[in-house]
Write a new protein. Structure first.
Length: 510
């Protein structure tokens, strides 16, 4: 069989290609007519300002960026405005947004930095509610699936501050792999979940086959959230039943209300990452790249496996349509059955309107349209499983096939709705507003263990777990001091069946 041309290039050349790909995505240079198609954009429900203006929008890009680059020019032309779009990696958003808030230059519409609780953004005056800008907002909200809009999550003081166009029933740590490399290593992830030992063995064999030209596994190591995401999800699959979402949900076992960071399952997941490194199976230089750059290296033949999300599907389909890859569920520890993953009720990719924005009428008009069934169909047809549309009827009508359809089916099988303390007690939202992620965070601890700056997995995770417990205790105490009726017991759900969805009737039983 003739070798692919990219297998002969040097690692230096591959790295340059990845950096270039990341820069292109950051610059928002996706052609506006890629996946060409015109949209039927309806007239606004009420007259909009005739003064024009420039609306600035920033988010984490990927397939969202592909869609916006198609829609924004048409929407802007229909409303007599211009739209400036920046699709950037999360690492950049985490830096840019807080600085821009401080100096008054933040985009009109933006996503919050990872790990920041929305209640903090509201309390500190970063954002304003959408209510005055989305016509008939109560009727509009009622059309969304139950649980997408919740007090303390995206609604505060009776107002809607965050808008969600996508569902959160997905994971960002799927096993994505080169079909060729994995087959040559003797594995087929489609035959069933791979175990940790099989992942490790496959990575070794791929690396050996690569003979210095490609490696078993890659990660965007300088994007710190990737470390936590992998360990968190792998830990859940291994049996560390816990919540997802913000600080007041993430890593907490709702059977006892305690953090799971020091669990055996989290430790096993960290050890797997360290073993991939010590085996020599990790692509050299992972600490110098972010997630989009690592993802861009896969079709170039640099690595056999990556743990990322379904957003890769559309990007690879665009950039490397002939590359053969597969998507599968996260691996499971040896000798164990895969356990369900859990989401809190609510959507994802929440958009916030700057408190200082004067483009609210246009932003609200656009968001309102995107929340309609037709807007959701348009979204689903381009974005697919990368960021699934929140309207299930729209997803069904979008006619998705191939890897996108496979990913959505996989998520439906693997993911359940878990308890959400804020649904049980709205005063948990006050705790959320008081919360601060401890420093060093779990993400930084895992990254430090991988680089060798920190030593001792068990000791580090136990210390980290205690920091998180102390931080939540402090936030609860501060909330109570402000009059909140809340205790740590609000995080204990004795009627939680970890193999079933936790629906409204379960809250009524408490």
């Amino acid at each position: 069989m003739k070798k692919k041309k990219e297998l002969k290039i040097s690692r230096r050349t591959v790295m340059k290609g990845a950096l270039a790909a990341g820069a292109m995505m950051s610059a928002g240079s996706i052609p506006s007519k890629l996946f060409a198609g015109e949209y039927n954009i309806p007239d606004p429900l009420k007259p909009l300002p005739t003064t024009g203006g420039n609306m600035r929008w920033i988010d984490s890009g990927d397939m969202k960026g592909v869609f916006w680059k198609k829609l924004f020019p048409e929407y802007a032309a229909s409303r007599g405005i211009t739209i400036e779009y920046d699709g950037l990696p999360w690492k950049e958003i985490n830096k840019i947004v807080p600085i821009a808030i401080r100096n008054g230059t933040v985009h009109d519409v933006f996503q919050l930095p990872l790990g920041m609780d929305p209640g903090v953004a509201v309390a500190e005056g970063w954002v304003q509610p959408w209510d005055d800008y989305i016509e008939n907002i109560d009727e509009w909200l009622a059309a969304f699936p139950s649980g997408v809009y919740l007090p303390g999550v995206n609604q505060f003081n009776g107002k809607t501050y965050g808008t969600c166009l996508t569902a959160n029933k997905r994971t960002g740590t799927c096993l994505l792999y080169s079909e060729k490399y994995m087959s040559e290593a003797g594995y087929d992830p489609q035959a069933g979940r791979m175990t940790y030992s099989e992942i490790r063995d496959a990575a070794k064999k791929i690396t050996k086959n690569g003979n210095g030209q490609y490696y078993g596994w890659i990660i965007g190591g300088n994007q710190v959230n990737r470390w936590e995401d992998v360990v968190h999800t792998f830990g859940q699959v291994g049996g560390a039943h816990s919540g997802r979402g913000g600080f007041t949900n993430r890593h907490i076992n709702f059977q006892n209300g305690k953090f799971q960071i020091a669990s055996d399952q989290y430790m096993e997941a960290v050890e797997l990452l360290l073993q991939l490194k010590s085996d020599g199976s990790a692509f050299p230089g992972v600490m110098s790249m972010n997630a989009p750059q690592a993802r861009a290296l896969m079709p170039q033949g640099a690595a056999g496996m990556i743990f990322q999300g379904p957003w890769c599907i559309g990007v690879w389909g665009r950039d490397a349509p002939d590359w053969k890859y597969g998507i599968a569920s996260e691996p499971v520890p040896d000798g164990k059955e895969a356990q369900p993953l859990y989401i809190a009720e609510g959507g994802s990719n929440t958009f916030w309107l700057s408190a200082n924005s004067t483009m609210g009428p246009f932003a609200g008009d656009l968001i309102r349209f995107m929340g309609t069934e037709q807007g959701q169909i348009y979204w689903a047809q381009t974005v697919g499983a990368a960021d699934p549309a929140v309207n299930p009827d729209a997803v069904a009508k979008a006619g998705l096939t191939g890897p996108s359809a496979q990913a959505l089916s996989m998520f439906a099988e693997n993911i359940l709705v878990g308890p959400n303390p804020i649904v049980r007690n709205k005063d948990v939202g006050i705790v959320a507003a008081k919360s601060r992620v401890p420093d060093p965070s779990l993400a930084l601890v895992i990254q430090g263990l991988y680089t060798g700056q920190l030593k001792g997995v068990e000791a580090q995770l136990k210390d980290c777990n205690q920091r998180y417990e102390d931080a939540l205790d402090k936030a609860v105490e501060e909330a109570r001091a402000d009059g909140a009726n809340v205790t740590r017991d609000d995080w204990v759900f004795p009627n939680w069946d970890v193999y079933s969805n936790y629906g409204a009737e379960k809250y009524q039983e408490l």
